[in-house]
Structure formats: C-alpha cells, structure tokens
Design a protein around this ligand. Structure first.
Ligand SMILES: Nc1ncnc2c1ncn2[C@@H]1O[C@H](COP(=O)(O)OP(=O)(O)OP(=O)(O)O)[C@@H](O)[C@H]1O
Ligand SMILES: [Mg+2]
Length: 63
C-alpha cells in the first residue's frame, strides 16, 4: 500500500536501532526498477567513502 508510512517507520528503526547496533550501516533507496551496481556503489560509498574503481565482485565482497 502506498503512502502509509513504511519509509518513515523504517527510517526511525534505522536511526534509533540499526545505527547504534552496527559499526557500518548505509541507508539507500531502491526503486522498483533498480541497477544492482548502482545500489552496491551507494552502499560501499557510504561505508568506505570510495568505490568507483571496484568491480561488482569487489563491491559485493565488501557488502
Ligand atoms: N505516524 C505518522 N503520522 C503522521 N504522518 C505520518 C506518519 N508516518 C508517516 N507520515 C507521513 O505520511 C507520508 C508518507 O510517509 P512515507 O513516505 O513513510 O510512506 P511510504 O509508505 O513509504 O510511501 P510510499 O509507498 O510512497 O513509499 C509522509 O508525508 C510522512 O511524513
Ligand atoms: Mg516509501
């Protein structure tokens, strides 16, 4: 169901629990049509601050 607060609730859980439970954490938005490499780049970029030169395999290993 659209617009019922899924993202708001998930972000609250992320901010209040996930961030304090895990050293490494990343918040990314995935759309119905998504690009796997772009998703991995966003996660690894958040975690390490760098990513562009890595292969998909390297990105997946980090994640
Ligand atoms: N508990 C709440 N009380 C009042 N307003 C809320 C509450 N939770 C979310 N909202 C508001 O409702 C709107 C939709 O919230 P949100 O974007 O989290 O929904 P969603 O289910 O993720 O939507 P979508 O299906 O489009 O991704 C936002 O304007 C948000 O601020
Ligand atoms: Mg949403």
């Amino acid at each position: 169901m659209c617009n019922i607060g899924k993202t708001t609730l998930t972000k609250k859980v992320y901010d209040d629990y996930i961030c304090s439970q895990f050293d490494k954490h990343a918040w990314v938005t995935i759309f119905e049509e998504y690009n796997e490499r772009q998703m991995l780049l966003e996660i690894v970029s958040t975690i390490t601050g760098s990513n562009q030169e890595m292969s998909d395999d390297q990105l997946m290993k980090i994640v």
